[in-house]
Design a protein around this ligand. Sequence first.
Ligand SMILES: [Zn+2]
Ligand SMILES: [Zn+2]
Length: 244
Amino acid sequence: MRRIAPKDWYQVKRLDDDVTYICEPFIQEFYRCNIWHVRGRDRDMLVDSGMGVVSLREWVPLVTERKLTAVASHTHFDHIGCHHEFDCRAVHAAEAELLAHPTRINTLADPYVCDEIFDALPPEPYASTAYAVKAAPATIVLADGDHIDLGDRVFEVIHTPGHSPGGIALWEERTGVLFSGDILYDGPLIEDTYHANADDYLASMERLLRIPARIVHGGHFPSFSGERYHALIKDWLAEKEKTI
Ligand SMILES: [Zn+2]
Ligand SMILES: [Zn+2]
């Protein structure tokens, strides 16, 4: 399979609300994590950091311009691969151990990572069989209700277990911006990982339904409106009710 040069690995797109979308376009859409950069007055925030197969610091200069808090929405391999490149790392307490001691199994690299998840491979010496996430012990351990303060912008941590035990969403009430992680995005949701929990998932969705989001940036797939957000949650809840 064709290899991609490091300079071409990431795609960067500036959106509204001082949010920048960063992604790895040569990973197939279902496996491709959304990386979010948020500009604040005093510091910036990064929500997730991709697979870690090409240095984010080296090839996306935006992430080195200011002091930055690298938050993990949760610790699956596709979301935390470059966390080790940042000094300030935040994760929910329930997955702090995982960020400090990632393995191919506990990050889901095994069974997901193989050449077939790519349309073109990362540069040499990348090999899917040797792929592993580097340890990146958290410097900030988060709990529900904590705030990530960027000076002029504040994001509230909303604990959303279900897809994984330490999943979080980040909510900026003033602007209505929500980063939802993998608990909810506009595509097929994953509810059966080794540490997923159906009761938690339901409770998280019921809680998310009460958030008056205006724009939602999920862990995968394109961003969507608050209207779509509430429709997606209501449809999901209605589907669950049918099966109970
Ligand atoms: Zn994911
Ligand atoms: Zn995930």
